[in-house]
Design a protein around this ligand. Structure first.
Ligand code: HEC
Length: 421
């Protein structure tokens, strides 16, 4: 039985075009006859009863198939209700118009314009509600010009920020998290728990409970739900969907605790250094500067025995010198990297025979995020405190024993969170 309803139900999608086409045509004909503007208006008159009859039958037929389709579930009640009831009213008005056109011609012609307008409105409403059910309520306008989106109450997409500081905390950071993890169940048409997280306004409106209480994570239902034990049945997202990462949860907390505003930028929030670092790690646009062009010529480097890897999307150069490959690494060869110092973000010189003489050169690579000098003979790295972008430093198996050196580097550079020693 189930498979029969399922089989028939799907024909709804096919059949529904009949009442739309027929009733649309008949409603327009009725209006043309009423205003008597076209020569052929009178020729249309005798076709009305038959067209209305066919339209009604196809509308009823489409409704029955639609009902069968809805039995298979997968649609949210609230969105379905509007489609269902407008289809029923449409069928009733079409049937009434059919009856009048056959049996009460005078009344029919007197009120045909009213009936026609009603039919057009109901057709539009039913069709639109049905379209939203299958495609989601943003489908129609999502590629529309900004003024159209504004007019229908859609939130405009933000252009990517030029830098992390200019990023809007909600639009660039929080919204993408919600969109990836939550909006599939919490949208205008799905609204689980009566909560729609697709726009700032609907998010702040909340569901059965207040979703976001600005400045207070403990009473913000969203924060409670994402921090529950994962096996709690109230934990969000449900149904085994991927939980938010620790970083994402912390970002939600930062945003809520800072007032949960829509347009505040990262700079305006005066974040602590740790919070800033967290943000850089968790967001893809973070410190992403385009450092190189695609056709950069790195042959001077490869000729000197460096292994060069161009990181994707202009992110920079990843340079390695292997100890026993090519020229022996020394101060002069290392200097050949200097013309590229603004592009080099990762530098790996592990196990090369180099010592403190290279340190003044290394201190010039201020874009460096990762530096590996493990297994070298370097003993003094104090000058590396210039490298304020450094996040990772490997000094394993070097003669560096003086902890003070490390402390002074770390004090100077809060981003340096990974030190291997
Ligand atoms: C797979 C579907 C699904 C996903 C994905 C999902 N939720 Fe839910 N959510 C539900 C359902 C179902 C309910 C209603 C039952 C309940 O309250 O536990 C609900 C209820 C809620 C409520 C309570 C609303 C109220 O006021 O009663 C909050 C808050 C919530 N979800 C937050 C989230 C957040 C945050 C995410 C993303 C991290 C998320 N949900 C992702 C299905 C989902």
């Amino acid at each position: 039985m189930d498979s029969i309803t399922q089989f028939l139900g799907r024909f709804h999608i096919l059949i529904l075009h009949l009442p739309i086409g027929i009733l649309m045509l008949v409603a327009i004909s009725m209006l043309l006859i009423k205003i008597q503007r076209t020569k052929f208006a009178n020729h249309l008159k005798p076709t009305l009863p038959f067209l209305l009859f066919s339209g009604t039958i196809s509308a009823v037929f489409a409704s029955v198939l639609g009902y069968l389709l809805s039995l298979n579930g997968g649609y949210t009640e609230s969105a379905l209700d509007l489609h269902f009831w407008s289809a029923i009213v449409l069928s009733i008005i079409a049937a009434l118009a059919t009856f009048l056109s056959y049996k009460k011609k005078n009344i029919f012609h007197k009120f045909s314009h009213v009936l026609a307008v009603l039919l057009l409105i109901l057709l539009t409403l039913t069709g639109h509600a049905g379209g939203n059910l299958t495609h989601g309520d943003t489908y129609l306008f999502e590629h529309g010009p900004d003024f159209v989106k504004k007019a229908v109450g859609m939130e405009l997409e933000l252009a990517p920020p030029k830098s992390l500081d200019e990023a809007q905390f909600y639009g660039h950071i929080i919204k993408p998290i919600l969109r990836t993890s939550c909006v599939s169940c919490h949208s205008k048409s799905k609204r689980e728990g009566d909560l729609d997280m697709s726009t700032y306004a609907s998010l702040m409106k909340g569901g059965t409970k207040l979703a976001i209480q600005p400045n207070d994570i403990t009473t913000s239902e969203i924060y409670k739900r994402i921090t529950l034990p994962h096996d709690n049945k109230k934990f969000m997202p449900t149904e085994g969907k991927k939980p938010l990462s620790d970083e994402q949860i912390k970002l939600m907390a930062i945003w809520i605790n800072s007032g949960a505003q829509q347009e505040t930028t990262v700079t305006e929030l005066n974040l602590s250094t740790e919070e800033h670092i967290l943000l850089e790690k968790a967001t893809h646009f973070s410190t992403h500067k385009v450092l190189i062009s695609e056709n950069i010529d790195v042959t001077p480097l490869t000729n000197n025995g460096f292994y060069v890897n161009i990181l994707p999307s202009g992110y920079g150069l990843d340079i390695t010198h292997y100890p026993k490959v090519g020229n022996k690494l020394n101060k002069d060869i290392l200097e050949s990297l200097l013309p590229f110092k603004n592009q080099i973000v990762w530098l790996k010189l592990s196990r090369n025979k180099i010592d403190n003489r290279v340190i003044p050169i290394l201190a010039e690579f201020t874009e460096l995020k990762k530096l590996s000098i493990d297994g070298t003979e370097i003993t003094d790295i104090t000058a590396l405190k210039n490298l304020t972008n450094l996040e990772f430093l490997n000094i394993y198996n070097t003669p560096i024993t003086n902890e003070n050196q490390l402390i002074s580097i770390k004090d100077n550079n809060p981003k340096l969170t990974h030190i291997v020693k």
